[in-house]
Design a protein around this ligand. Structure first.
Ligand SMILES: [Zn+2]
Length: 299
């Protein structure tokens, strides 16, 4: 498909406008737009470890859209409402927001707000784990039961009509061989991207519509209890998507679960005890400490 001048102009502008962005470590962040299919542009940034996809841009006749990978949200704009310069401006801002979310650059989004969200008990929030998924998570966390590890929950979220209640269906998981220490595991941005790529390859069609996607994550606490630590809380609030979080303890045979909605409110969720499961459900508790979650990586 031949690109029009307008389309090429946007890619060129994109490729030249981000050169002044500095990473947290002072390096230049270079971003690149590549056409992948027809009107879809993949926006990547160059990191030490290679190219990292941060989002997709659709350029169509009447509108354009930006989809962020990290929060899996899509914004649509009509050309009738914006000028070409404004388009580049909007996209640059979206890319910057994505870089902040990936913690590649620092940003205002995270400054000055303390997130101390209480946990709310909610009846209408449920999570279904298939026997197969439970067995696979069990196998994963037992690979190195002395060390922490983590993976992604893949499936669907089904919301009630009023948007109040949600049921999560975990139908698949994604994990690699990475392990942390005895008391720490970090979900990195490249790991999240790998999980996203897995969903893209297996559960999305050509229009970028997903039948299943990442709906949360799980991690192991090795020999320690299943609970949400301050570090876990930092991880939970590092993204803005509505997600489920599970902590498994292979040592104590426990599992605990939380759900965070888009308003960044935490809910204790009920996991139905599965017969034959080695993991006993325990109510989530978070140590009530007042930590400034805006200082990333220091908690
Ligand atoms: Zn943890």
């Amino acid at each position: 498909m031949k690109k029009t001048k307008k389309e090429l102009g946007i890619v060129d502008l994109l490729n030249s406008s981000a050169k002044n962005i500095k990473s947290r470590h002072g390096q230049d962040v270079v971003f690149r737009g590549d056409w992948i299919i027809n009107s879809k542009i993949r926006v990547c940034i160059k990191t030490k470890k290679g190219l990292l996809i941060i989002g997709f841009l659709w350029i169509r006749r009447n509108c354009f859209a930006w989809q962020s990978i990290k929060c899996n949200k899509r914004w649509n704009y009509n050309y009738a409402d914006v000028t070409p310069t404004e388009i580049v401006d909007i996209v640059t801002k979206k890319i910057e927001a994505a870089l902040i979310r990936f913690q590649i650059i620092g940003g205002k989004e995270q400054v000055g707000t303390k997130i101390v969200a209480p946990i709310v008990q909610a009846e209408g929030i449920r999570l279904h784990l298939s026997d197969d998924v439970l067995a696979r998570i069990g196998k994963h966390v037992h690979t190195r039961p002395d060390l922490e590890c983590g993976g992604y929950l893949i499936g669907r979220l089904q919301w009630s009509e009023d948007g109040q209640y949600v049921t999560g269906y975990v139908e698949d998981i994604f994990h690699d061989d990475s392990v942390g220490s005895a008391a720490q595991y970090t979900f990195t941005a490249p790991y999240g991207l790998k999980a996203y790529s897995y969903c893209l390859k297996n559960y999305s069609n050509e229009d970028g519509v997903f039948s299943k996607n990442i709906i949360g994550n799980y991690h192991s606490h090795g020999g320690f209890n299943a609970f949400f630590s301050p570090t876990d809380r930092t991880m939970i609030f590092s993204g803005t998507a509505a997600e489920f979080y599970l902590v498994f303890s292979p040592g104590r045979k426990e599992v605990t679960a939380l759900f965070k909605n888009k308003a960044q409110k935490l809910f204790a969720i009920h996991l139905k005890q599965k017969s034959g499961s080695e993991f006993r459900y325990c109510e989530p508790t978070i140590p009530h400490v007042d930590i400034d979650y805006t200082k990333r990586g220091e908690a």
